[in-house]
Design a protein around this ligand. Structure first.
Ligand SMILES: [Mg+2]
Length: 388
């Protein structure tokens, strides 16, 4: 495989939403297009970075794109996994261990664009390529090409913490075929949050169809009291109750909460993932791991995290990646993860799934379109127009 070109554009994603930790007013992301040449011709791959961590254009242009472009001899590998592992080694040339910072997102978005291109070169949807080259676990009860899917939303909007709005979003999401709904907590008073939560549970007619995302709001003693109150509701999960790198506090949550905990979207490397699993007190088979591999060195590193976790008693069905990337949808359907997240509100790059994906009864059924399907997601695809 030869790398013909790599281009990045920084895309403004500002919106008037917020969670307990940040406002999305000045948010940006990176759109990346890579062109490769293989024995079958030239193919373009598209990658889009994650929500909540800003774009990676500077790092890509200064370090990671030149490293790939400078390989004139071509890159080989007997399978897609080996090929991408070799790409990964090239990207990480002269990078020290640890201190993952922003570079893991730069590598991640570039790497996912390459997966799109390679799947197209094999004339396969990425899920089928992953099923072939990695294998499907079979332990989530679904065949390859399908995955559980849920909708997330319930953000705090400027000037509004309205429970009625949250109830409406819950109804719409479940009515559209998503399996469960997740809303934000921790960004308003506890009384407002409980009112929002009760409205969502009532709209869903079951507390197990509602999850919450605290965006790390519940550190300290007050937080523990608030968490304890939320724990009594019987929710599907409580996401990021405390700082993602405070394993001691997280282990405390695991001991005191009966509700499943979901975390991992701010864990950016295999080494960080190992630390989380060893010291975070999380419970295999109960808690959920949400590593966002577009932020965390890409699918190659994600497969290493999964392999580590499996040796510690975790299953792939415990993995539910963060954010709603098309590439994550394909990973979930290809290797048998626990589900896929997508934004409940319509519009925006993380909203819903590609047009050729059928969502029904909590299950997403993917099509046979080669690649990751960004071209079939108009809101997202239009962000690539300048690059194509
Ligand atoms: Mg989250």
């Amino acid at each position: 495989m030869k790398i013909i070109s790599v281009e990045e554009r920084t895309i403004p994603l500002g919106s008037d939403t917020a969670n307990a930790a940040i406002s999305f007013q000045n948010m940006t992301a990176s759109a990346v297009v890579v062109e490769i040449e293989t024995g079958r011709g030239r193919f373009k791959g598209l990658g889009f970075s994650s929500y909540g961590r800003y774009s990676h254009g500077g790092l890509l242009r200064e370090r990671f794109i030149p490293r790939l472009i400078n390989i004139t001899s071509g890159i080989s590998g007997e399978t897609s996994i080996q090929l991408l592992a070799n790409v990964w080694d090239i990207l990480m040339t002269n990078e020290k261990e640890g201190g993952h910072g922003e570079r893991s997102g730069a590598v991640g978005v570039l790497e996912t664009a390459l997966w799109d291109a390679i799947a197209k070169s094999e004339d396969l949807p990425l899920w089928a390529l992953l099923e072939r080259d990695v294998g499907h676990s079979g332990d989530n009860g679904l065949p390859a090409g399908k995955t559980a899917i849920y909708a997330s939303g319930g953000h705090y909007r400027s000037g509004s913490s309205d429970a009625t709005e949250v109830a409406e979003e819950t109804k719409q999401s479940l009515g559209a075929g998503y399996g469960w709904f997740k809303l934000k907590v921790g960004g308003a008073t506890q009384a407002i949050d409980i009112a929002r939560l009760e409205a969502a549970v009532q709209a869903a007619e079951s507390s197990s169809l509602i999850a919450v995302d605290a965006n790390c709001a519940y550190g300290g003693e007050t937080g523990a009291t608030q968490l304890n109150e939320i724990d009594q509701i019987g929710l599907r999960w409580i996401e990021e109750p405390v700082d993602p790198l405070d394993y001691l506090a997280l282990a405390g949550c695991s001991q005191s909460l009966k509700t499943p905990i979901a975390t991992g979207e701010n864990i950016f490397s295999q080494a960080d993932s190992r630390n989380l699993l060893h010291y975070g007190g999380l419970r295999p088979g109960i808690d959920k791991l949400q590593m966002d591999f577009v932020l965390a060195y890409g699918l190659t590193e994600y497969l290493r995290m999964i392999a580590d976790a499996e040796t510690l008693g975790w299953s792939r069905r415990d993995f539910v990646p963060h954010a709603g990337h098309q590439v994550a949808l394909h990973a979930a359907a290809g290797i048998g993860l626990g589900g896929h997240e997508t934004a409940a509100v319509s519009g925006g790059p993380f909203s819903r799934v590609s047009d050729d994906t059928v969502v029904q009864d909590g299950i997403a059924s993917l099509s046979d379109t080669p690649g990751t399907g960004i071209e079939n997601k108009p809101e997202l695809f239009k962000l690539f127009q300048d690059l194509l």
